[in-house]
Design a binder for this molecule. Structure first.
Ligand SMILES: [Fe+2]
Length: 306
């Protein structure tokens, strides 16, 4: 009887995957085939001490489940690698680590991140820079010490992806540098004139069909809930830059965990919701961004369980 139930379960699962496969390959309209895909993770807040220990005093903080941070990363990496034929890259939008200091052994994060088998790139957030004595510690910790500095940061980096139908450039911006050029751990983000100039040069130097700007603090959040999340002058200058360019520019950000519903798209129209912070609750999410050959962009949240 038990065997019968197991075979029945296998049969149902096989039928389910056959239906899903048929949907994507035969039924789904042609414009949704041949899409260009990448994954986005934000705010995993990896913390070593309570890893796997729900009784640890730092195991949880509100709905942040630090004790699951390693397990969730394991599951995330497993999911990404299972989709490696289909995904062009993974980007991380900061607060990858809850704090980078001598008390948080961050090797658990990097061991997992290094296991991702497709191109990957990340920028940093306020928690990554929290507690650092010297930015070079963070640069070497993240393996960025040999990168060139762009507009004052080795975490200003870009990558390009394409398929036979469409191309995209992803520009990752470090929003933790204040106007004095120093990294700081404020909840308040910056994008100084030199950084905006670098972003524009990255756009000027590319023939991509579509551009994504990925950053930790959301420039559109500068008046959110009456509290500042971004330097207002910088945010307005960025918005003006995006509005005045002919290229299609989509802004993706992390940081505020549950209010990340502002994807600026085609002159900043708000069109969708990006995945909330991976540290929050369980299950949580990462996001798959899918670009169709005719330029439609689809955002799907994907589960991370532990
Ligand atoms: Fe943050």
């Amino acid at each position: 009887m038990d065997n019968f139930i197991l075979h029945l379960k296998d049969g149902i699962l096989s039928l389910k995957s056959w239906v899903i496969n048929m949907y994507y390959t035969k039924i789904r309209r042609p414009q949704y085939r041949n899409t260009l895909k990448f994954a986005v993770i934000t705010d995993p807040h990896y913390l070593y001490d309570p890893e796997d220990d729900p009784e640890h005093e730092d195991a949880t903080q509100g709905s942040r489940l630090f004790w699951k941070s390693g397990g969730k990363l394991d599951h995330f990496v497993e999911r990404i690698n299972s989709m490696s034929d289909d995904l062009k890259c993974v980007i991380g939008l900061g607060d990858m680590i809850d704090s980078y200091n001598s008390e948080n052994d961050t090797s658990g994060f990097f061991d997992r991140w290094d296991n991702i088998q497709i191109p990957k790139e990340m920028t940093i957030g306020n928690h990554d820079v929290a507690g650092i004595d010297d930015i070079s510690d963070l640069e070497s910790g993240f393996g960025y010490e040999s990168r060139d500095k762009n507009a004052g940061s080795r975490f200003n980096q870009s990558l390009s992806i394409d398929n036979d139908f469409i191309s995209a450039k992803i520009i990752l911006v470090d929003t933790t540098i204040n106007h004095e050029g120093e990294h700081n751990a404020r909840i308040y983000g910056y994008m100084s004139e030199s950084v905006r100039g670098w972003v524009e040069s990255e756009i000027d130097n590319s023939n991509a069909d579509i551009f994504f700007v990925g950053l930790h603090h959301g420039p559109h959040d500068y008046t959110l809930n009456g509290s500042d999340y971004f330097d207002e002058d910088d945010a307005k200058a960025y918005e003006s830059m995006v509005q005045n360019r002919d290229e299609r520019i989509i802004t993706l950000h992390g940081h505020n965990h549950y209010k990340q519903n502002r994807i600026a798209h085609d002159n900043l129209d708000i069109i969708g919701r990006i995945a909330p912070a991976t540290v929050e609750r369980n299950p949580s999410y990462f996001m798959i961004v899918e670009i169709t050959p005719n330029g439609k962009v689809i955002y799907n949240n994907s589960l991370v369980k532990y």
